[in-house]
Write a new protein. Sequence first.
Length: 205
Amino acid sequence: GKEARAALEQAEAAQRAATRQKEQGAVMMRSLQDQSLRQRDLVNSLQKQCDLLRAGDIEAADAVDAEMADAKAAEAALEAQKMQRLQQLEGEVVELQEQLALKEKRVAQLEADLEAAAAAKKAAPSRRVSSILGELREEEEAKYNSLAQVAEAAMAAAKTAQEAERLLKIELEAARAEMVHVRGLLEDKEFALEMAQLEGAAKTA
């Protein structure tokens, strides 16, 4: 139906946006890692200069000490920024896991509802006819007094059950699309988190 197609198109568009976001996140983490490595190289270089100068030129050594302290502070700031990004990714992963669990639960409920609606549609005419014939037998002046009215009531009941089943199918298709979309977002976030953790482990090593 139109509603289901719209939901699928929306999910696909969101998936493309999530892919772009994942690529941007990976670029950001690589940039932070590169900056951190450059800061470490600078600190090591300054330490060597400081060691060479300390024996002969105290004033120059003090200047290098101050520059090295600034470099270390910048390196620490980058590490804090990377840690903040890791924590953010971890929080997003947990949130998406919770969303996915809810979507899966909703899909399961709709599938059960659809099965019940299909069974109701199948049983509706005979059940309604039996009910009306029972009224005819029990009351001489029953509300329904002709076979035509019995058939009409049965058809109305069948149509109602069929419409209920159709609407449930549309809702289920949309819910499945949402579930697939959230699962894709979760996989992207888990991948980004794993890459960030690997980069952090490589730096520590």
